[in-house]
Structure formats: C-alpha cells, structure tokens
Design a protein around this ligand. Structure first.
Ligand code: SAM
Length: 284
C-alpha cells in the first residue's frame, strides 16, 4: 500500500476553504479507511489506468492512490478543488493527472490509455444516472470495471431484478451490458455534510462482448415508454413508442410473444430486448 503523506481531510478542507456546494451535489467522504475500502472494490489496480469523477477535496482519490494504480486521472468540474488536488498530485509524483471539466462532456479516450481501465466515483447526485448511461452506451465499453456510489434508491434501481419495485429502465439498460451488484451500503453519517438518504456502492462489470445487447438506444426508448406509466398495461403504456415504428402496441407485443395486458415490471430483461429489436427493425 502506498503511503499517504498528506494532512487529514478536515485540515485540507479548512485550509482551502472548501465548503460543500449543494448545486454540485457535494457530500464528502473524509474517512480514508472507508475510501480505501471503496477503492479496493476495483480489484487489483497495479496495471490499471483509473478515472475518478468528482474528486472534490480528494478523500476517494487518496483511497485510490493508496492502492497504487498505474495511473489516476481525476475529472472535476468545480475549480475550487484544484489547489487541494494539486497538492495530492505532488505527493504522488508521476501518478495523477487532473482534468478540470464536466465529466458529461469529456471524451475519455482523450486522456485514458492502456488495456486496463477502471472508473471510480462518489457520483454527484444530480448527474449520477446520466454519467452511468454515458458509460454504458460507450461503443465499445472501454472500462474493465466501474465502482460507483449512488443514493441507495438509485443503486437499488441499477441492480433490481424483474418483479421488484425498483425494477425499471435503469436495471434493464445496466444489466443488458453489465453484471451489476450492490457491494457496500454507506450510511448518511459517513458524509460531510450528511445527505438526507443512505448511499450504496455498485460494482459493474461489462459482460463478454458477444453477450452485450447491441442497441441501448432502442432499449431506452421502449423501456422509457413501458415504465413511464408503470401502473398501466403494456398495451396502453407502449402506445406512443409503438406508433413511432408504425405499429400498434398490440402488434408489437404480439410479435414479441408478450401478453398486452401484462405490466412492465413483470417482463424480463430478455423480453424487453426482444421488444427493442422488433421496434428497431420495424422503424428501420
Ligand atoms: N469524491 C469526493 C468524496 O467522495 O468526498 C466528492 C464527491 S461529491 C458527492 C461529487 C463531486 O463531483 C464534487 O466534487 C463535485 O464538484 C463534482 N461534480 C459535480 N458535477 C460534476 C460534473 N458534471 N463533472 C465532474 N465533476 C462533477
């Protein structure tokens, strides 16, 4: 484990006057034992180029560096953190680069290299699911593993299975290209300032290429429509999406062997993939 010569995070925050900003979804992890545990979920990083989104004052950053990855690039939108992040980069020479940008807008290929790339983030609440979708939709998926902290309710929606309350678009998109597991629950009191809700870390591993569903866009449209009105039958909720490909919802469902009076949460991921394929082919 690499030695951390830096002062405790509370001192860093006070020295650089880094009060949390709500608009940027800022809740900081200050316990380096916990951040090392989270970083450890990425597995052996000795040959990895790690990317951390939203390092803030650097709690998770230092957890990652303690595990000595080959390289770490952090992407931070709020420039107030650059001074504290520079201090970390200096304490771990030749290891860390800082990209001051919006993680939604960057092209990771511009700064991530090598065979083995991992993503780690205590995601900002306001853009967490958008970032996840961006990384899932990457063609091809460029990362070996993603270790992502979300609000518990969002984490539940990523790992949900068919029939459960949390099952919906996010579970179907995520699990159509990855295996996803809830690895760690984190109580609100672990953060400064504490958020209103519990958080959880999800670990995502891309499926072998031949098993990944190949059209997340079509799947996104069909599932958004199906779960947009989750209490209604699919015959009703899929009407709009079906009309976009020139079919009635009955016709679309019939071709996929799905009962039109069923509700979205009872249809398996494979069922939605079948619907998305038929929808895409009809649209083309
Ligand atoms: N990693 C730190 C920790 O665990 O203590 C801070 C996590 S805090 C929940 C989220 C961080 O993401 C903040 O530093 C915030 O400024 C940053 N952030 C918010 N939106 C961002 C975006 N679009 N791109 C990059 N960073 C962003």
């Amino acid at each position: 484990m690499a030695e951390d010569p830096l002062p405790p995070l509370r001192e860093v925050i006070a020295a650089h006057d880094l009060g949390a900003k709500k608009a940027f979804g800022q809740h900081f992890l200050l316990d380096l034992n916990l951040t090392r545990k989270i970083a450890g979920l990425a597995g052996d990083m000795s040959g990895s180029h790690a990317m951390e989104v939203g390092p803030g004052p650097g709690g998770l950053t230092r957890g990652i560096l303690a595990l000595d990855p080959r390289r770490l690039t952090v992407v931070e939108k709020d420039e107030r953190f650059l001074g504290a992040l520079d201090d970390i980069a200096k304490a771990f020479p030749q290891k860390m680069d800082i990209v001051r940008d919006d993680a939604l807008a960057v092209s990771e290929a511009d700064f991530m290299d090598g065979e083995d790339k991992v993503i780690l983030s205590n995601l900002p609440y306001n853009v967490g699911t958008l970032l996840l979708i961006k990384w899932l939709e990457a063609e091809p998926i460029w990362w070996r593993r993603a270790v992502l902290m979300f609000q518990r309710e969002v984490a539940d929606r990523v790992v949900a299975t068919v029939g459960s309350k949390a099952y919906g678009r996010l579970a179907i998109l995520s699990q159509s290209v990855c295996s996803a597991r809830l690895a760690l629950k984190i109580p609100a009191r672990a953060f400064t300032p504490p958020p209103k809700v519990e958080s959880a870390v999800v670990v995502l591993d891309p499926l072998p290429r031949e098993e990944r569903f190949d059209d997340l866009e079509a799947l996104g449209i069909v599932t958004a429509s199906a779960f947009g009105q989750r209490r209604k039958t699919l015959r009703k909720s899929l009407g709009q999406a079906a009309s976009k490909c020139g079919m009635s919802s009955d016709e679309l469902l019939e071709r996929a062997d799905i009962d039109p009076s069923a509700r979205a949460e009872t249809i398996s991921i494979e069922g939605f993939q079948k619907l998305a394929r038929i929808w895409r082919d009809a649209k083309a």
